[in-house]
Design a protein around this ligand. Sequence first.
Ligand SMILES: Nc1nc2c(c(=O)[nH]1)N[C@H]1C(S)=C(S)[C@@H](COP(=O)(O)OP(=O)(O)OC[C@H]3O[C@@H](n4cnc5c(=O)[nH]c(N)nc54)[C@H](O)[C@@H]3O)O[C@H]1N2
Ligand SMILES: Nc1nc2c(c(=O)[nH]1)N[C@H]1C(S)=C(S)[C@@H](COP(=O)(O)OP(=O)(O)OC[C@H]3O[C@@H](n4cnc5c(=O)[nH]c(N)nc54)[C@H](O)[C@@H]3O)O[C@H]1N2
Ligand code: SF4
Ligand SMILES: [Mo]
Length: 742
Amino acid sequence: MREMHKTNCHFCGYLCAFEATVEDGRVIDLTPDPTRYPYDPAILKGCRRWRTNLTFLDDPHRVNHPLRRVGERGGNRWERVGWDEALDDIATRLKELVGHYGPQVLASMIGGPHASFWPLHRFMNLLGSPNNVGIGQICWNPRIWMDTLAFGWPIEADISAQTACVFIWGTNPAQSDNSAFWRALLGISKGSVPLVVVDPRRTQTAAIADLWISPRPGTDATFILSMVDVIIENDWYDHAFVERWCLGFEGLRQHVASYAPLQAAVVCEVPAGQIVEAARLFACLGPTVLISGRGIDQVGRNVLPAHRAFTILRAITGNVDRAGSCIIGSASDFTPEVDLEMSDSFAAAQKSTQLQRGITPLQSFDGVEGADALTSRFGRHLPKRYLDSAHPDLVLKAMLTGEPYSIRALIVEATNPLLTYADTHRVFEALSSLDLLVVLEYRITPTAMLADYVLPAAGAIERPVFQAHGGVANLGYGGPAAVKPYYERKTDYEILRGLALRMGQGDRWPDETLEDAFDRMLAPVGLSWETFCETGIYAGAEVPCKQEQVDPRTGKPKGFATTTGKIEFSNEYLKTLGGETYPTPKPLRTSLSAQIVDTAQERGGGRFDLITGARRQPYNASMFLDDPRFRMHYPRAQASMNATTAASLDVVAGDDIIVATDRGKARFEVRIEDMHDDLISADYGWWYPERPAGAPDFSGMWESNVNVLTDCDLAYGEELIGTWSYNALPCVAWKPIEGEDR
Ligand SMILES: Nc1nc2c(c(=O)[nH]1)N[C@H]1C(S)=C(S)[C@@H](COP(=O)(O)OP(=O)(O)OC[C@H]3O[C@@H](n4cnc5c(=O)[nH]c(N)nc54)[C@H](O)[C@@H]3O)O[C@H]1N2
Ligand SMILES: Nc1nc2c(c(=O)[nH]1)N[C@H]1C(S)=C(S)[C@@H](COP(=O)(O)OP(=O)(O)OC[C@H]3O[C@@H](n4cnc5c(=O)[nH]c(N)nc54)[C@H](O)[C@@H]3O)O[C@H]1N2
Ligand code: SF4
Ligand SMILES: [Mo]
């Protein structure tokens, strides 16, 4: 029998709506569904992945049954086992470990926004382990943290008819975000609204900009503070807003005086005139949209100075909760992430086992609780498990050394840490040393090759999807599964619930299926999952300028959910955690051992700045590398540089290049791009799925894996959150000599 079923793609966070033609429980066709959000024919036209949904359901590389390791770890030999056998055994082994060491013996790892992570976080919370490692310190958290502390809650960009200027800073939506936002930008770039792009590479986004600024990586905080100085010095700031809603202006004025454009220009390696022009455009035209991304988030110590400087730039120009600029979001009306993950049920006695306690005071239980006490006055609760997630440096250390206690087991959901976490050699050693490694996956990735169990996860089309930005905006979208999971696959939710029941958490997992759980989540807004799926979106109305609304209890304007009700340039809450008074850019790591520099020089190479992981279609991190259509056009990992840098290395496009740091080396194909001098931008996530799986090659995992070069050492990390660097890294590079090992 042939039926039409609604469903959504989840190959990126956009979740395009589709209609599936289903015959006997199998999807035989997939077409875009213009009746539901999100649908945009232009986006689908620009997307090279969506048709993959159809073949991916039956892809020969998919894992279809629970697999248990046979023989040596990493040998890639498996036996098929039943679900009960797999989950019973995992639960038995976990109970034994927990009995011996305590619940903190289990860690978990998650990746990008591929799946719902609250089920895993609930499992960890109820077990009593604080060792959930996320990607938060380097993706999302820094911005969410700084906006929350400055404005009382995270903000959302508001591109609308009022928008007078747009700044795209350290993000390249042309490649990373094929969404409505990117379409809106394309529209704006054709009109009269100036578009400024700040990126050391002349990206596809920079190519449509009115002004492209190319700073040296890692120097943005200096650039932004210099803009603040220019705006104050030229009296371009919003006096009314600053006087009424901001605190600490005089101190700020003095602080930024040391970032005058002539000095900042030297640090940022840009013409001073560009700083002045950027400041004028930001301050003088009207509501300004500012979007930032990985280029700001992943620069170690300068991540908080840069994000704090952004909040100041917004505030002195009145670009806070302003139509056409940005809106302070509302908490979600439906059950927010923090309740779904049950963070409040985490055992108080286990709090002392948090490894980063007192080390990264903001990204910790105490840091989140203090901030939550501020936001909760406005009835909003932060998504705790992202904001207090564990630091990988400490978790890897505990796995490797048993200090300060042992971590012997790990659940990996929707991530491939051997390719996407920093310092592959160390991750490899740590994962190899475990007593129990369970990986929930679509396929046997290099990480899964090391597992004791690989559990087959149902993907989009076979499972319902719902995305809600961690509950920091009153917005959720998604849609239903078109079919039941193929073979023996299960949703991540059902897998984790199965384990939770065996671990005695039954009373906290009342919903048998993810659909039931979504029903419960939507109940507060009076929707069932089925009704929600008719449109696929729930968006609460947002109004700007909420600080002026009168609080009926006090009869006074509400202000902001900060310590003082105002925007504090010298943030009161941060000060209680030992944060500095005003944001101050830090010198980033510049050191490389003399030995590695000598090696490079002997081979005719030299020292460079390194950016890793700039997004490029059609791949997504370590995914889709086995798609022959994609690989045909883009078969190898590439490292980009400008023609001058290439000439200095005696290479041309298509040549091989070795990029190295003290952690290791990786090999790439040279690509020539317009970018800052002495800069290399290397792809991330690369392995070669066509090569032999398992030890020792792990499908070419060691050859072009840029995370062999990176690390997450807290010694170089940002002090309050622990952010490490994937950008602005010192490296060396050389042209390989004939026969140099791969
Ligand atoms: N050097 C460097 N490192 C980086 C970055 C960088 O720019 N440079 N970026 C960082 C950032 S921002 C991020 S977000 C991370 C991303 O890191 P990851 O999320 O680890 O990257 P992916 O390769 O997308 O890995 C996702 C894996 O999950 C599987 N998967 C997908 N969906 C599901 C699902 O629903 N359930 C289950 N069980 N499995 C699923 C896929 O098969 C794939 O193997 O990488 C970080 N690491
Ligand atoms: N195709 C594809 N799309 C993706 C992903 C993917 O893997 N593939 N991953 C998704 C994920 S997890 C994320 S987090 C988003 C990330 O989305 P984006 O934030 O847009 O990530 P990038 O495309 O790497 O853009 C970051 C830009 O910052 C620049 N940059 C690097 N260092 C600096 C610096 O110090 N200062 C400044 N100003 N700029 C700098 C880089 O040149 C790069 O162009 O993309 C998502 N979309
Ligand atoms: S990959 Fe993203 S843009 Fe493409 S169809 Fe899927 S959800 Fe839409
Ligand atoms: Mo990310």
